[in-house]
Design a protein. Structure first.
Length: 451
């Protein structure tokens, strides 16, 4: 009796342990299911914001339009009646939104059931999420073929053999439609497969926003049923990063790590990447101000005062009143001159202005032009008046008449006359009376500019 009791006690103990294990297993499975529906220890699962199909009941030649919007997925699969309609791969921070046209029932119909399931499956590194829709299609019943009068068909329990009876030809009341007679076209249409290292299938605007601006293939990896939107294979491209008022080539990911602003082109980063306040040089002096103030002054905004000061001390050539000298930018501006960095440009632009005397005629021009014309150049107007003494005249000296300059005629003791006849008459009269006619000096003319 005691042995029987011990055996029963042992049996009940084993049953209790098995029940306890079963309860723990249920708890673990429940916790695992809860984690799959929301998030895992590694991070959030992808989220299906919407997944719809229209219509839910199809005709034989009709297909459903699936629309979806997914967040945080790196892969998306749309499966209709066990066949893969669409596969999209992209970065986890992108929103995958689009629409796909499904197959017609005569392309996938199997068995007698008129219902089928469509599954949207999305996944990332943390797990997979599915959402299923149940659709149906209308089964078209073929009308019963009515035989013409006089023609019989096989019937059950027929005892006599059937002999062919040739009657008049007739047309079947059921005609083949284009949908049943045509060859079924493949679906989905062939999309480009993104190569390794370029596995982001994105629209152009999404690629630009993500910094994946380098297109790998011209053939779309996906397009909308109306072909109004195209997806292409992209990979991260090198752009420009602006950080602390300075820019350099970098990918968008690298730029984000340093807290900078990323731009696709160099022109964009140059326009945008200037410090809010800084130092600029204008008029040979350094000022502190904003980017707008520097632009208004026609200057570049520097991050530090030392950079702006160095720009103001740039060595070059200063043209002031026709004189060219070596000077810094600030020194030249303070003197009211024009600053040049190119010596050839400075030499051509800075020509000294003055007075040129040619045959007693005085004009204003440059030293180079006066020398080329064979004249005498003066920088001082008072000194230039000596040009008038070089004017030629008719000189009467020692009873002789000849042409000479006013200075040489005066040095020889003669007198200058405007015309030869005046000089001849004066010399003849002087020989007779030893009286000299009054001297009529040549009136100087106004200086003329040589063009």
């Amino acid at each position: 009796m005691r042995k029987q009791y011990l055996w029963i006690h042992h049996f009940l103990k084993v049953v209790a342990i098995l029940c306890l294990c079963l309860v723990l297993a249920v708890i673990v499975i429940s916790a695992s299911t809860t984690s799959t529906a929301g998030a895992t220890a590694n991070g959030p699962l992808p989220q299906i914001k919407s997944f719809t199909a229209e219509p839910l009941t199809l005709k034989d030649n009709e297909s459903a339009i699936y629309k979806f919007e997914v967040l945080g997925a790196t892969n998306l699969e749309l499966i209709e009646a066990g066949s893969l309609l669409k596969l999209i791969s992209g970065p986890p921070d992108a929103t995958i939104k689009g629409s796909v046209r499904g197959m017609t029932p005569n392309q996938f119909r199997t068995g007698d059931s008129n219902e089928f399931n469509s599954i949207l499956r999305v996944s990332n590194g943390n797990g997979t999420v599915d959402k299923m829709l149940t659709l149906s299609y209308v089964i078209v019943r073929q009308p019963k073929l009515e035989l013409p009068a006089g023609q019989t068909g096989a019937v059950e329990n027929q005892t006599e053999s059937r002999a062919p009876k040739w009657l008049a030809q007739f047309s079947s009341p059921v005609s083949l439609t284009s949908s049943t007679a045509s060859i079924v076209s493949p679906w989905p249409p062939p999309f480009a497969k993104c190569p390794s290292g370029c596995d982001k299938c994105l629209r152009p605007e999404e690629a630009a926003a993500l910094g994946s601006n380098q297109k790998c293939l011209e053939q779309p990896c996906y397009y909308s049923p109306d072909k109004q939107q195209n997806w292409y294979c992209y990979k991260p491209g090198t752009g420009w990063c602006c950080s602390n008022g300075k820019y350099s080539p970098a990918s968008k990911e690298q730029c984000g790590k340093v807290g900078g602003n990323w731009y696709a082109t160099e022109a964009e980063v140059i326009k945008a990447c200037q410090p809010a306040t800084g130092w600029f040089c204008t008029g040979g002096k350094v000022f502190q101000g904003t980017s707008a103030q520097a632009t208004q002054a026609g200057a570049f905004l520097y991050t530090t005062e030392a950079e702006a000061t160095k720009a103001c001390q740039q060595q070059g050539y200063c043209c002031q009143n026709g004189r060219l000298t070596s000077a810094t930018l600030s020194t030249c501006k303070d003197a009211g001159g024009t600053f040049y960095t190119d010596p050839n440009q400075a030499g051509q632009a800075c020509q000294q202005q003055g007075y040129c005397c040619i045959n007693g005629q005085l004009s204003t021009t440059t030293a180079t032009a006066c020398k080329y014309a064979g004249g005498t150049f003066y920088t001082d107007q008072t000194q230039a008046r000596a040009c008038y003494l070089q004017a030629t005249c008719w000189c009467c000296s020692g009873g002789k008449v000849f042409q000479a300059t006013q200075s040489s005629c005066s040095n020889s003791g003669g007198k200058c006359y405007s015309t030869q006849s005046q000089a001849t008459a004066a010399c003849s009269y002087r020989l007779k009376t030893d009286t000299v006619l009054p001297f009529v000096p040549i009136q100087p003319t106004q200086p003329q500019t040589i063009k």
